[in-house]
Each structure stands twice: as C-alpha cells, then as structure tokens.
Design a binder for this molecule. Structure first.
Ligand code: HEC
Ligand code: HEC
Length: 342
C-alpha cells in the first residue's frame, strides 16, 4: 500500500516536471502571418473625449444617477432598461415599461463607449448628447429639464456635483457627462476571441476558428461588421421586417429608408433578442435571416443569399459565442438622501 502511494507521488512529480519543461514547446503561438492579420481585430484603448475626461468623482456620481429611479417622472432608472445583470440590456423584444411598449428594442450598453454614433438610427453624435436626449427613457424625449429639476430637489447630490464639476453645478450637461463617464466603463475586451487575436492560439476552439473564416468569407458578415469593433458604424438596409423608417428620419434621403446602424458584436450571445425590432430570438435565427438575404425585399437591399450546412451554422454560432467575455457587473450604490442633515 505504502509503496503504491510512493509510485503515484513519483508519477505526479514526473508529470509536473515534464509539464514545466515542455511548456515552451506546448504553448501554441500563432504564425507571423496569422498574427498580422488578426492584429486589426484588437480593441484599442479607450480615448475619453477632451471635453469630458475621466475622473473618479464623475464615475461614482454617474453610477448613482444610473441606478436612481427618482430622476425622471416615470420613476424608471437607466438600469431598469439597461440591466447590469442582463449584460446592460434586457431580454425583452420591446421593453414594456409602466404599461407602454417602446418602439425599438433596447440595446446593450456594452462597449457603447466605442460607438461613433448613437441610437439605432445614429441620431446622436456623442455619448453625452445621446444621454442628454434620453434622460427620461425612450418614450419621453426631451426630459432633460425635468430631470435637472428632480436632481436638484435631491439635496444629497449637491456635494457630489461640487466634487465632480466644481462651480458648474447641476445641469443637463453635467448630468449627461457623469452618466457618460459611468457608461464608458462598461467594456468587454477579454473574450476568447480577444485572447486569440492577442496571440493565444489555444484560446479559440477549432469550430470557432472555422466560424470566423465563414464570418470573414462565405457568409459575408465582415462587409459591415468590420474590425476591430465588428461594426462599421454605418447604416444599412438588411431587410428587417418593420415599418420603422430608421435613418431616413434623420437624413430624409430615400436610400436611408429602413437603414439602421450596424451593431457591435462583442458579448452578442448574451444579449438576445436581436435587431432593432427584437424579432430574432436566437443567433441561429439571425443566421437564417442572413442566409435568406433578409425577411423583406426592398430597393437598395444590400444582402445576398447564401447557404450554410448544419456544421457551418454550428461553427458560425461557436465563433459568435467566442466574442463573450467576463460580464461587467456593477454594485447598486447607496443613493443620496433627499434631504441632507443640517
Ligand atoms: C424605458 C427604457 C429605457 C430607459 C429608462 C433608458 N433607456 Fe437607454 N435606450 C433605450 C432604448 C429603447 C434605446 C434605443 C433607442 C433608439 O435607438 O431609438 C436606448 C439607447 C441608449 C443608448 C444608445 C446605445 C447605442 O447603441 O447607440 C445609450 C447610451 C443609453 N440608452 C443610455 C441610457 C442611460 C444612461 C439611461 C438613463 C439616463 C437610459 N439609457 C435609460 C431604453 C431605455
Ligand atoms: C449589409 C451589412 C450587414 C451584413 C453583411 C451583416 N450585418 Fe449583421 N447587422 C447589420 C445591421 C445594419 C444590423 C441591425 C439591423 C436591424 O436592427 O434592423 C445587424 C444586426 C446584426 C445582429 C444583431 C445585433 C443586435 O445587437 O441586435 C447580429 C447578431 C448580426 N447582425 C450578425 C451578423 C452575421 C453573423 C452576419 C453574416 C452572416 C451579418 N450580421 C451580416 C449589418 C450587416
């Protein structure tokens, strides 16, 4: 018995030793060519805008405002619709809030910091502008003044705004700036795909690698979901079944009718349902949609049909799943009191 234990321990030691010594040979690295072509997919560091640089105080204030239902008439906090426990989206096709159904699907806020335009139709050019337009939630545009009044009534906020903005105080601009600073912290950049693009060949399964080849090849996804964000931040008619005029409402140009901004795809497997309509329940549904070149035909339709077999569909889904990294969590902060003690 004793002898057997010894042998087992020796074997274990031997295994550990060989692991240590074989490590350099086993750590699979990408070839130079592969590495060069993957370089384009690496997420750049985030640049904060010059007129709203990061500060800890702004971030903390933004976090409180994000979770505070008192800042608009309908008593809905940002988190009600962009729920941190649901990857900063919610799992409803159309958000039902206080008995009203919103006209468009609620997008996730993950990596929104990198967007070059905001909302499904791109009607806001900066995150600050987007949030200022959106303080009351979707069915209540232009609620900025109402929100400013409400935030001013909560005395506990005064000191926080002083700390974050000095004499500027509480305004629609400073509210939007602090919320934007918080939202810019919602970043996913550690997915298996990201580790693969950074040179770790073993981070991605063979199936996901084949899926990536389909994404950039036969399935044509990369035409719009371009590196490094998986979005060209431009507007396209994909033929989603909806009467929503989309980008047309902003530009008035006929070619923009029913066109929507290409969404980024990191964390996409966690944020179903999909599209501005929320009509597609699963990634498989999305892929079938693209295979048939969209649900509805329209002039200027940009997609062309293609066919994937079962294995290819599985591979493409495996690749899309490989874009999921560690979910960004946020603790619900203590909210400032309505009255501060004198
Ligand atoms: C009642 C639900 C609801 C609430 C509350 C809400 N949002 Fe939204 N949010 C949406 C919907 C729906 C959209 C998409 C609207 C569109 O594109 O027309 C959106 C879009 C956004 C976008 C743009 C995302 C992108 O990809 O372009 C940002 C940023 C955002 N919301 C942040 C916030 C913040 C910050 C708050 C709190 C002040 C908030 N939202 C409150 C539903 C909501
Ligand atoms: C012609 C440009 C274009 C091509 C090609 C394209 N997409 Fe898209 N993609 C878009 C646009 C625009 C949307 C938003 C459409 C909408 O909401 O109506 C979208 C939406 C999506 C969504 C839903 C995102 C979300 O947050 O709801 C996924 C997933 C997706 N595309 C994956 C793919 C895959 C996989 C392919 C290849 C089979 C592909 N796309 C090809 C432009 C494109």
């Amino acid at each position: 018995m004793k002898r057997r234990v010894w042998t087992a321990r020796n074997l274990l030691l031997l295994a550990m030793l060989s692991l240590t010594f074989c490590q350099p040979a086993m750590a699979a690295a990408l070839s130079d060519d592969e590495e060069a072509s993957l370089q384009v997919w690496r997420l750049p560091d985030l640049a904060y805008p010059k007129d709203n640089p990061f500060s800890e105080a702004k971030y903390e204030l933004g976090r409180m405002l994000f979770f505070d239902p008192r800042i608009n008439r309908e008593s809905v906090s940002c988190a009600r619709c962009h729920h941190p426990g649901m990857n900063w989206a919610n799992n409803q096709a159309r958000t039902l809030i206080n008995g009203k159904v919103l006209p468009r699907h609620t997008p996730s806020l993950i990596n929104v910091a990198y967007n070059r335009s905001f909302f499904w139709d791109g009607r806001a050019e900066t995150l600050e502008e987007c949030i200022a337009q959106h303080l009351g939630g979707m069915d209540m545009p232009d609620m900025a003044d109402d929100t400013v009044t409400r935030v001013r009534l909560i005395q506990g906020y005064e000191a926080w705004f002083r700390k974050a903005f000095g004499p500027k105080g509480i305004s629609a601009q400073t509210i939007a700036q602090s919320l934007a600073t918080f939202v810019r912290g919602i970043i996913v950049n550690d997915s298996p795909f990201d580790r693969w693009a950074a040179g770790d060949d073993k981070a991605l399964s063979a199936s996901a690698k084949r899926g990536f080849a389909l994404f950039t090849g036969k399935a044509g996804c990369v035409k719009c979901h371009t590196p490094p964000h998986f979005s060209d931040f431009s507007y396209h008619r994909t033929g989603t079944n909806s009467i929503d005029p989309g980008r047309y409402e902003i530009t008035g140009r006929e070619e923009d009718r029913n066109a929507f901004r290409t969404p980024q795809l990191r964390q996409i497997a966690e944020t179903a349902p999909y599209m501005h309509t929320g009509q597609k329940a699963t990634l498989a549904d999305v892929i079938h949609f693209y295979e048939s070149a969209g649900d509805v035909r329209s002039r200027g339709q940009e997609l062309r049909a293609f066919k994937l077999d079962e294995r290819e569909t599985r591979d493409l889904i495996a690749f899309l799943r490989s874009l999921s990294g560690t979910p960004v969590r946020a603790e619900v902060p203590m909210l400032p009191p309505v009255r501060t003690r004198r």
